[in-house]
Design a protein around this ligand. Sequence first.
Ligand SMILES: *Cc1c(COP(=O)(O)O)cnc(C)c1O
Length: 395
Amino acid sequence: MGNYGVPPVTFVRGSGTELFDDAGNRYLDFLCGLAVTGLGHAHPRVATALAEQASTLLHVSNLFVTEPQLEVAERLDRLIRSGLDPNRSIGPGRILFQNSGAEANEAALKLARKFHGRGRHGVVAAFRSFHGRTMATLAATGQPEKHEPFQPLPEGFRHAAWNDLAAVEAALAPEVGAILLEPLQGEGGVNPADATFLQGVRQLCNERGMVLIIDEVQTGLGRTGAWFGFQHAGIVPDVVTMAKGLGNGVPIGAVWAVAEVAAAFSPGDHGSTFGGQPLAAAGAREVLRIMEEIDAPRLARERGSELKTLLEALPGVASVRGLGLLIGVELKPQTLAGRTAGEVARTCLEAGLVVNGVTPTALRLAPPMTISTEELVEGVGILAGVLTSDTKETS
Ligand SMILES: *Cc1c(COP(=O)(O)O)cnc(C)c1O
């Protein structure tokens, strides 16, 4: 189907930060398949773990438990609760596995509904948010233009201005039982939440018994320089969803919830044939082991600040935003010269650098956390070349 437009390149293999197309051209991957392959392409340990699992046990259904998912659940629970103020530390949560980000959010929304029951089914999310493409997650996504072709969508979703606590409070009708937020809007343009905003929302949820769902699908697992984006604000959500970086390219999603909320799901309430199946879970297990060994959040912080410094020095760059290795690069109007950032990203691709246009005026960069300083310098050099030659061509 024409859903993704005409693909510009056929990639045939990758290694670390590098990708190669079917003509043998080399590219530096500063996008990671949209913040997925955080440990780089074809990580040998992940590849071995997958191969071993493939020849051991591939599928038995969720009528049974399998070993890889137990370790993934334990590690995720520990990482989500790590770094908390001991006074606010909470007991172990519970995990439900899914296959993708949208499914994780869909499950979280169903969980919040079941927790509160009929009459408190409403959800407040933010404008410019992105939560997925299923009917409920599309309704939660705060981009009305994406809703129109698919109306009527499930009801009960309201939207409030990003980083505006008063707007969230104003949206709290009596039927609202949950608030759903990203800690940094990825698809919406790489816009971090203010810590005070998340803290204020947490407070509102405490006061009114609402479930705080944090969508960590893009930001989770080290990407922003913390294990989870909400940890920058020192808050504890009631529900956390994750997916993209968890499998380093193997499809897996997960929902974590505090025990009290998790208890709302009984057998039969939700399910997924493949969710948490052994191949995906074995991949995620190895990903988490490696990420902890190399301290992935620290790498994201260190390489992220190097990348910011390199980008800020480019004449065509107006400003750089983001956290860790999830970065938005706002281009100057004279550098864009009437083109969109998406068109600039296309020129970068032709020059051997994979990035994407996240808004009409900004590029998104999400290189692997294993990237070397030399590769950062090389990639920013390619971008610099594209930005200068573009300016010359059009001036
Ligand atoms: C990508 C993304 C999703 C959707 O994940 P899929 O795996 O594509 O369904 C949901 N929320 C956020 C914040 C995302 O970035």
